[in-house]
Design a protein around this ligand. Structure first.
Ligand SMILES: Cc1cc2nc3c(=O)[nH]c(=O)nc-3n(C[C@H](O)[C@H](O)[C@H](O)COP(=O)(O)O)c2cc1C
Length: 221
């Protein structure tokens, strides 16, 4: 696949076919992504491939926590506590576009809640990858992780797979670490739902918006 098409055609997939992903394919994706750059080649990524029973157990535990109103306790702050423009507006638009694709009205809190709980069902994906980083590593290594994550998503496209990165699946990192037997020396960054996309579903048919290049670029000649 052409690199431009690979990057521009990637979307967050939130509905998957009930079709298993062979272990050899997952291994090949990670085998490609391991060539991502990292500061001083530290390669800070740690990945746990979650499927079958472990996926079911994590899904049930996350749903139970969320439904019982357990306060999310992520290992890091993804977002600001006080939203300001232009981020506030973009975030709002992102939500509106998603709910429109799901045909959920602005006031329908029940359906919105159910849609957000689908995060913990991995949107029906057969596989979820969980990304961890050793707490000894600094902020710089976190953007190494971001590059690694993008490499995984692009390599997945090469196999006809879709993916959705999910910070939501790191809302309760202790639950995930316990089930997977991962030491609390590792921060849970996010999950990535992975599988063959159900392209017939409207939720996989809309595009999020982007700023034009001139809106985020200045030229210092
Ligand atoms: C690190 C990261 C975490 C994300 N977490 C979630 C999530 O928990 N749930 C979700 O539905 N989408 C999540 N997204 C997807 C974003 O909403 C999505 O990337 C953004 O709206 C742009 O849309 P696109 O990926 O379709 O281009 C996440 C994206 C990233 C990069």
């Amino acid at each position: 696949m052409d690199i431009k098409e690979a990057i521009e055609g990637r979307i967050s997939v939130r509905s998957f076919l009930d079709k298993p992903v062979p272990k050899s394919v997952i291994t090949d994706i990670l085998d490609t992504a391991r060539w991502s750059p990292s500061g001083t080649n530290t390669q800070p990524w740690k990945v746990v491939v979650v499927q079958g029973e472990s996926k079911k157990t994590i899904s049930e535990a996350l749903l139970e926590a969320a439904k019982n109103g357990v306060k999310a306790n992520p290992d890091y702050d993804y977002y600001p506590t006080e939203w300001v423009e232009p981020f506030k507006g973009r975030r709002f638009q992102c939500g509106m576009d998603l709910y429109q694709a799901l045909d959920i009205g602005r006031e329908d809190k029940e359906k919105r809640l159910e849609a957000s709980l689908n995060n913990y069902r991995f949107f029906g994906a057969p596989v979820s990858l969980f990304f961890f980083i050793d707490k000894v590593m600094g902020k710089g290594s976190w953007f190494d992780m971001g590059m690694f994550l993008q490499s995984v998503m692009l390599a997945a496209r090469g196999h006809g797979l879709g993916s959705c990165p999910q910070a939501s699946t790191s809302d309760y990192p202790d639950i995930v670490r316990n089930i997977l037997g991962v030491s609390d020396q590792y921060s849970l960054i996010c999950g990535l739902s992975l599988g063959y996309p159900d392209n017939d579903k409207p939720v996989n048919q809309y595009r999020t918006q982007r700023e034009e290049v001139e809106n985020f670029t200045t030229w210092a000649d």
